[in-house]
Design a protein around this ligand. Structure first.
Ligand code: ADP
Ligand code: MG
Length: 328
């Protein structure tokens, strides 16, 4: 069976989807792997499953349509629509199938076998990410976020539990999941809402000020801090203290774990953990940050710099370098 969705757009939620919602039995086409719960949130359970016709593995996200007595089908449709919008982006988990059951919807997602980056974030330092891993993974996270922002989607729940890996050993690539809190930033409408996870939430969210793509960039700053040090920079004894730490930007750059880091990494974090959203680096700017450049890119930039130094030497100077050499 198919269901046509109406074309509406309010409070930043998309209402139109391309996927065909299948209403026949999910279990006729997929086998659930027993005892393989991949994760669970407040209203969703994610289980590993295998498609019978192909033998391929997927992650099935079972989402309750009613939550706290409220119909949440609209929110689920929005989550599907955002996944469709990001279908061409490798850094966002892909959507394979959608089923509707009497009380649940099932999103059949690409299976990210490496699990959450959370595990390596809180691991003992010898099992945690190496600085080079963090650079590569952070570049990938930013590629995904830059793609989403270019489509006017803000994720609003970027945290280690929502960043998965295709494999964990050897370390694979990242997949961004969970668009449950995401919003479209169109029509220049102002969205102000309390949401997200305390530790990763930006000051403007706490202060009930407008949300923007910069709100995600704050979370990226917290993520980078955690991935590099294993320390959650704003975490307090309780929610109250965490919120206070965030609104006062009470963050320490003196920790031993930060001292050993590349100066550029600390500069990167500082360019994001800024109170005024307007002053935070964008995803595109972050991708161009010196910390995340590869050796080849750095070498290329050095060449450009060198060239400009050479060409800025006033004529006539006996450098032995002819102008033909410098103007290629
Ligand atoms: P919620 O909205 O309940 O947080 P998520 O989409 O974040 O739901 O899924 C909950 C958890 O399930 C994730 O944190 C992750 O551990 C696991 N999970 C979700 N999607 C996948 C996937 N595609 N592959 C593997 N595990 C997944
Ligand atoms: Mg989640």
């Amino acid at each position: 069976g198919q269901t046509a969705e109406s074309n509406r757009n309010r409070s930043g939620l998309l209402c139109e989807i391309k996927s065909i919602i299948k209403t026949e039995s999910f279990t006729e086409h997929y086998d659930l792997i027993p005892g393989k719960e991949l994760g669970r949130g407040k209203f969703a359970v994610v289980k590993k499953c295998v498609k019978r016709s192909t033998g391929l593995e997927y992650a099935a996200k079972f989402m309750r349509k009613r939550r706290k007595g409220q119909d949440c089908r609209t929110e689920i449709i929005h989550e599907i629509a955002v996944l469709e919008l990001a279908a061409s982006c490798q850094r966002v988990v892909s959507l394979h199938d959608v089923y509707e059951l009497p009380s649940e919807m099932v999103l059949v997602l690409e299976f990210a076998a490496g699990g959450e980056i959370f595990n390596q974030c809180v691991a003992e330092r010898d099992e945690a990410f190496k600085d080079e891993d963090v650079k590569r993974l952070m570049r990938q996270i930013l590629e995904g976020v830059a793609f989403l922002h270019s489509k006017n989607v803000v994720h609003l729940d970027l945290k280690p539990q929502n960043i998965l890996l295709t494999s964990d050993n050897p370390l694979g690539d990242i997949k961004i999941v969970d668009f449950g809190l995401s919003r479209m930033m169109c029509n220049s409408q102002e969205i102000r809402e309390i949401m997200g996870t305390p530790e990763y939430v930006a000051p403007e969210v706490l202060n009930y000020e407008p949300i923007s793509t910069a709100t995600d960039m704050w979370s990226i700053g917290v993520l980078a801090y955690v991935m590099l040090t294993g320390i959650s920079p704003f975490l307090g004894e309780d929610k109250q203290e965490t919120f206070l730490n965030i609104s006062q930007i009470n963050v320490s750059y003196a920790e031993e774990e930060l001292q050993r880091l590349d100066k550029a990494a600390v500069h990167f974090i500082k360019s994001l953990l800024i109170k005024d959203p307007k002053n935070r680096a964008t995803a595109e700017e972050c991708l161009n940050h010196p910390w995340l450049q590869t050796h080849e890119q750095n070498a290329a930039k050095e060449t450009v710099k060198l060239k400009s130094v050479i060409t800025s030497i006033p004529e006539p100077v006996s450098t032995g370098i002819s102008s033909q050499h410098t103007e290629e």
